[in-house]
Design a protein around this ligand. Structure first.
Ligand code: IRN
Ligand code: FE2
Length: 623
């Protein structure tokens, strides 16, 4: 038995965010504690007063970083994260622990149990639904059951907006009149609303019963837009340790889910480490591992090998599977005249198999059996877009849309089995063709959540494809895409390193949040308002601490004004002390106070004086 490498504790980033602490909000229906991050702010000095201050309420934000940023929680990567959901799962009474060959999938279990020595101690025996029972969140939702997962999500999505509104009504969300979906909640999200959205198939909760470490989250267009970060070693680079740290790192900066796209050696061990240490759902593309098992020869793949791989990964705790079941034999010729052909890895594997055997895609022909497996563990489908366009010239073509129709057909079958389903989308699409993608997806796939890769809006900027794609991601997120798959600056060029992962995640956080704002998600603008107030009042530390990436904001500021005093200065090096518009506006207000004049009048007078000052100082500044 070979020894696998054990990740070293010190490689995992655990520093809490500045001025932040982890807070836990209690549930009302269930005994749950929902983790959030509370950012505390400094006071505002009231101008002209004798040291009087206005207190600024702390800001609570959605937190994907898991227990890593809570110094009170002991984390040992060798043991994995605390199994938050384990009791909830067991309490439902519909699962059993698997023992060797006794299970329904006897033979496969026997094969897979040879991997049990690679499992972590406390869940060394995987769970599965008891015979003929269905353990999916969709199944419970349809039965009218509000699970602890659903309540957790309701509390989490609100970011305690009710409490925040009470504390500072002027900063409450402003979204009256906006609407972004069929049943968009206007004030706050309730557990019952979560249940309804899941029951309708408009949202999914990826939550494999063998991944109890995950903090429940939801993917659906009537909730916050989510982002996924891909990690994974390839045959050429990176180690298990690096992959675990990359996952933790991606969650730290805001990844809502992680896809482990490992190929090459040690796929099973890498995934085990990643899952046991991941507070967010994990997705995979099982066909990649199946391909490794047949020595990389697509034509050697069989349904049986694929099925065993699915069970192996479901037992490990993968929360969602990308399955390219819509790549049909008759669609392959539709890609012949494309500029860049088939760019999806999974898509090209299946196309090759179909052509080699001149047979229909086995993922399509065995789809109901796949559903049977997925519902026994609550693995969600992410129906793969194997025929997505890989360049602008191929966007919205016959092959892409033919596959989308098939994904719609498969969604209905998955729902018949109460298996949760999301639909993957493009790719490379110019801005003017993006809307059509969203509209078509909603119609063809019966409002199942859309999960898109970008889309990249131009092909001419390798090295900057996090940006070319975030433009498309923001747009499609606004139109209704529920989850955005990040693209890093290394896209098309190489495997992302830690910096690329962070850059990709932050870039996608921006796209997702911009979409939340445009859609009017309750509470989305709260953080923007708090940051703007800090900026206007020259509370620099608060401005840094409220930002998506406090480290970079602080570092950029300090590059030119490193002195501590500059953190309270009423200017920065961008405009200098005399040209800061915010400072001038504040002075205008003070001036109005002193002179007892109306603000418009003060502005006129103030500007006159400023203009004099400007003329005098201008020449000095430009020397
Ligand atoms: C997301 C939307 N469309 C594709 N994706 C992601 O691309 C998917 O979730 C997975 O991470 C990766 C699969 O790539 P291939 O196998 O389709 O190239
Ligand atoms: Fe691409």
């Amino acid at each position: 038995m070979k020894k696998e490498k054990i990740p070293q504790q010190q490689t995992i980033t655990r520093t809490p965010f500045p001025a932040s602490k982890k807070v836990y909000v209690k549930g009302q229906l269930h005994d749950i504690s929902v983790a959030m991050r509370e950012i505390s702010l400094t006071n505002t000095k009231i101008f002209g007063s004798e040291g009087q201050v206005e207190k600024n309420a702390s800001v609570t934000v959605y937190d994907t970083s898991g227990p890593y940023t809570d110094p009170e929680v002991e984390v040992d990567v060798k043991k994995g994260l605390p199994a938050l959901r384990r009791d909830w799962i067991l309490k439902r009474g519909d699962v059993e622990q698997l023992e060797g060959a006794t299970s329904r999938y006897g033979k496969q279990r026997l094969a897979n149990s040879s991997l049990d020595h690679l499992r972590f101690q406390y869940i060394s025996k995987p769970l599965r639904a008891k015979d003929s029972l269905n353990v999916t969140q969709l199944h419970y939702a349809k039965k009218g059951i509000i699970t602890p997962e659903m309540e957790y999500i309701a509390i989490r999505e609100n970011q305690r907006i009710d409490v925040l509104n009470e504390q500072n009504p002027t900063l409450a969300h402003q979204h009256a009149g906006h609407s972004f979906g069929a049943n968009t909640p206007k004030s706050h999200i309730t557990p019952e609303f979560v249940r309804q959205e899941v029951a309708a198939g408009r949202a999914v909760i990826p939550a494999n019963i063998n991944h109890p470490e995950t903090e429940p989250m939801i993917i659906g267009r009537n909730f916050l837009v989510k982002i996924n970060a891909n990690i994974g070693n390839s045959a050429v680079t990176s180690s298990i340790e690096e992959e675990v740290e990359k996952a933790v790192w991606a969650c730290r900066w805001g990844a809502d889910t992680i896809m482990d796209l490992s190929t090459g050696k040690n796929i099973h061990e890498t995934r085990e480490w990643v899952i046991r240490n991941s507070p967010v759902p994990i997705g995979t593309v099982p066909i990649y591992q199946a391909l490794e098992k047949v020595g990389g020869k697509a034509e050697a793949l069989t349904w049986e090998i694929f099925r065993d791989t699915l069970i192996e990964q479901a037992e490990q705790g993968v929360d969602y599977f990308t399955i390219h079941a819509g790549v049909l034999l008759r669609y392959v010729p539709l890609t012949a005249k494309r500029l860049t052909g088939i760019v999806s890895r999974g898509g090209s594997i299946m196309a090759k198999w179909c052509l080699a055997h001149h047979k229909e895609n086995f993922l399509y022909t065995h789809f109901e059996e796949i559903c049977q497996i997925m519902k026994a563990y609550d693995v969600s489908f992410s129906l793969g877009d194997g025929l997505r366009p890989g360049c602008l010239a191929d966007a919205n073509d016959a092959a892409q849309f033919a596959e989308l129709e098939t994904l719609g057909e498969l969604t209905k079958i998955a729902w018949k089995h109460d298996v949760q389903t999301i639909i993957e989308g493009p790719g490379h699409v110019p801005m003017h063709l993006i809307k059509e993608n969203m509209d078509k997806q909603l119609k063809e796939c019966h409002e199942a959540p859309f999960y898109t890769l970008g889309p990249l809006t131009t092909d001419i900027a390798p090295g900057y494809d996090h940006i070319t794609s975030a433009i498309g991601a923001a747009m499609i997120g606004w139109f209704g895409t529920a989850m955005l798959c990040y693209v890093t600056p290394k896209e098309h060029l190489g495997l992302p390193n830690k910096k690329d992962v962070k850059d990709g995640v932050i870039t996608y956080k921006i796209a997702a949040h911009a979409a939340d704002l445009a859609k009017g998600h309750p509470g989305a603008q709260y953080r923007d308002n708090a940051l703007s107030k800090a900026r206007f009042e020259f509370r620099w530390q608060d401005q840094f601490n409220l930002s998506l990436d406090p480290d970079t904001a602080r570092e950029f500021h300090d590059e030119t004004l490193p002195a501590e005093g500059a953190k309270i200065a009423h200017f920065c090096s961008m405009c200098g002390p005399n040209f800061c518009s915010m400072k001038i506006t504040q002075e205008v207000r003070e001036y109005a106070d002193q002179q007892g004049v109306q603000e418009a009048e003060a502005l006129r007078k103030g500007m006159e004086e400023k203009s004099k000052e400007f003329t005098q100082k201008g020449s000095e500044l430009y020397l």
